[in-house]
Design a protein around this ligand. Structure first.
Ligand code: SF4
Length: 165
């Protein structure tokens, strides 16, 4: 029997998350405090994580243990995600938004955001919900431009080959 579930449903306790990652509960709390993950909080203050949150945390652990990054480095990396590419494109709201002008950390940690993002529940936002995979960071950070660059690079390269003959 196949059980289907929503990867964004917050149903996993912090203890289970810590066990899956092989870290202490305090470590998961630290990642939350630093804004690397946004667990859902129940009315009683209990934290619940989704499968997507767990994947995000696995990627964070990989960046730390295999890629040698620290928490500040990861925050800087996440600050490079062009949220506007995933939120309808760059517009006047983005022009005056601190996420665009400064490198503070992931956009969901920044208070002074543009009007279009001010009332967003970040857990539900398409930027937070991006598939954060350590193997796809370039794709995520360069957003749509990466596809454009790849397409545009084909013609000039061919041109160079022809002039070499
Ligand atoms: S967080 Fe700021 S830069 Fe990002 S999409 Fe929203 S308004 Fe634009």
């Amino acid at each position: 029997m196949t059980i289907s579930y929503d990867i964004y449903d917050p149903v996993i306790s912090i203890g289970t998350v810590a066990k899956r990652l092989g870290v202490a509960v305090q470590t998961v709390r630290l990642y939350e405090k630093e804004g690397l993950v946004l667990p859902y909080k129940t009315q009683t203050g209990r934290r619940l994580f989704s499968a997507h949150d767990v994947e995000r945390l696995k990627c964070i652990r990989k960046m730390i243990t295999e890629h040698g990054l620290n928490i500040s480095g990861i925050k800087q990396l996440m600050a490079l995600i062009p949220c506007w590419d995933y939120r309808g494109g760059f517009d006047d709201d983005c022009r005056i938004c601190k996420v665009f002008s400064e490198s503070i950390g992931p956009c969901w940690n920044v208070r002074e955001v543009g009007a279009k993002c001010r009332h967003e529940d970040c857990r539900l936002c398409s930027v937070y919900r991006l598939e954060i995979s350590c193997d796809r960071m370039k794709e995520i950070i360069h957003g749509e431009r990466r596809k454009e660059l790849l397409n545009n690079s084909i013609e000039p390269l061919r041109g160079e080959e022809e002039t070499d003959k």
